[in-house]
Design a protein. Sequence first.
Length: 167
Amino acid sequence: MQKKKSLFPLSAEVREILQNEGFLKDSLATGKNGYEIVGWSELEQAELYGAAYGLFKDERFQEAADAFFFLVAMNPNHPEFWLGLGMALQKLGDYEQAVDAYEVSATCKLDNPVPYFYLAKCFFAIHERDSALEALNLAIEYSGEIPEYGDLKKEAIAAKTLLLQAE
């Protein structure tokens, strides 16, 4: 039976890889992400995401933000990692940084309404009403008639209505 690799703390092998600047530069130049460089599988990425999400659900928002930051550093093309980082930062009240994370999440998967919805909340919190309305419009548009996003679409429409009434 194969022994299960411990993901945290980082093994000596992984630490050695991450400290080898030349190897990292060469590997990144070939298009590899951090997980590919250290040899972690998709399953191990999912386990790390689950751990980060667990911290978020336990309202350990700073630790969750740190964990999600690690995830995006290792694989910056994964929209869910950026979304998690944005949500943790938003809960910490760091709305400007959350906006950045949501925007990256949105660029990773343009037709996903979720980052736009949370982006609108952050824009509202920092008193950028027009940007909040634009983000809500995108959340509504990308929700379309997809059942999975039905509740989000209703909330976005309600929020947009409230913002427009406040004019």
